[in-house]
Design a protein around this ligand. Structure first.
Ligand SMILES: Cc1ncc(COP(=O)(O)O)c(C=O)c1O
Length: 383
């Protein structure tokens, strides 16, 4: 076996390191739930919702079963359906557009900015025009805070207002980041996030949350979360879901939220170091003015002539995992390729899908391990 193959494998995301840091606190929080047995809508759910509201500044927080449910519940509450168009970036995780299609509405895919990977305002305008030309009624836009960086909420909000659309921010990867000194969770009409374990703020299973300042919308979402219940539990006044966040996951998240600020700072330290030490060999991610990131992913672009597969193989041989988010944009996938795209096409999304690759990123990546990754990246580019 050669030297490289003996190198210890590095995790892509080290959930175990965080678990060790929090060990007893999480065990005790879970024991409390096991003692009181209120596994559904227990006191920890209410407490977490209050803690999340204090963290980001939103008036109302509704815990729910996943990030996908968070997005879907909002579209259900706003009665989005057939004939409606919802504008989404194509370069994103599939859930962003999937929820639109599930309501019977039409996702209209728009392009992203090459430097930030986030929704491009000019393409959004073209997408709205495309939707109208196709006889659809544009009702909403779903910007995504991709890879942890806040989208350009002023630019998107201005277009949405002028065109009469509501904004549903998909902060599944970006919760904890800010835009112009305001935390995500407070932009547009409503924000959705995910607590999938690999997210910057993740639980130990599936979970999500919705944030809004609109009290009526919050009340409707609480009803949809429990099968559309009315004032009486068994009087259902609308269609809904089993959309609740488990008490156990809420108890875990309460403990994780306590160290989240510290983890965000650590993630930023890791990202800053990657960018400083790799910026002259690959295209490193750019933060737009006024935007911060929680670095859900640290995603680079390879120089022309460097094959992505051989680059990934060279790192893998040294025990260093990489991942490709996303090898196909949504409009290139079988389930979504029949939906419209903004006039002019989505050349940036298509190019990014071909040349991005993400490196290990988490709050517990020590400098020695990061140096190994950096040396391997530099070696693979050179060689
Ligand atoms: C951008 C984006 N939107 C939505 C989701 C859906 O979240 P969940 O997996 O919790 O349903 C994810 C999760 O991967 C995501 O990355």
């Amino acid at each position: 076996m050669n030297q490289h193959l003996r190198a210890q494998a590095i995790p892509f995301i080290d959930v175990g390191a965080q678990r060790r840091r929090l060990g007893l606190a999480i065990d005790e929080a879970m024991s409390r739930v096991l003692d009181h047995c209120q596994f559904i809508n227990g006191p920890e759910v209410t407490k977490l919702e209050a803690d999340l509201a204090a963290f980001c500044g939103a008036r109302h927080v509704i815990g729910c079963a996943s990030g996908t449910d968070a997005l879907l519940m909002v579209l259900m509450a706003k009665q989005v359906g057939p004939g409606d168009a919802v504008l989404c970036p194509s370069f994103t995780f599939c859930a962003t557009g999937e929820v639109v299609a599930l309501t019977g509405a039409t996702p209209v895919f728009v392009d992203v900015n090459e430097a930030t990977f986030n929704m491009d305002a000019a393409s959004l305008k073209r997408g709205i025009a495309t939707a109208r030309r196709l006889g659809l009624r544009p009702v909403a836009v779903i910007p995504v805070d991709l890879f942890g960086q806040s989208a350009d909420h002023d630019a998107i909000g201005t277009i949405a207002k002028a065109e009469g659309l509501f904004v549903l921010d998909d902060a599944a990867q970006g919760f904890g980041a800010s835009y112009k000194d305001r935390r995500l969770g407070t932009f547009g009409l409503v924000t959705a996030t995910s607590f999938f374990p690999a997210k910057p703020l993740g639980c130990f299973g599936d979970g999500g949350a919705i944030f809004t300042d609109d009290a009526d919308l919050a009340a409707t979402l609480r009803s949809i979360r429990v099968h559309g219940q009315g004032s009486d539990k068994y009087d259902n006044v609308r269609l809904g879901l089993t959309g609740r966040l488990d008490t156990m996951q809420a108890a875990i998240l309460i403990e994780k939220l306590k160290i989240f600020e510290d983890e965000i700072a650590a993630r930023n330290g890791v990202a800053e170091r990657y960018s400083r030490l790799l910026g002259n060999v690959v295209t490193v991610p750019q933060l737009a003015p006024g935007c911060t990131s929680v670095w859900a992913q640290y995603t680079i672009r390879l120089p022309k002539g460097t094959g992505r597969d051989s680059f990934a193989a060279a790192l893998k041989a040294q025990g260093i995992p990489t991942a490709i988010y996303y090898p196909k944009s949504m409009h290139q996938q079988t389930a979504y390729c029949h939906f419209p795209v903004a006039d002019g096409g989505l050349p940036v999304s298509e190019q990014l899908s071909q040349d991005v690759i993400s490196l290990p990123m988490h709050a517990y990546l020590d400098e020695a391990t990061q140096d190994r990754i950096i040396a391997a990246v530099r070696g693979a580019i050179a060689g």
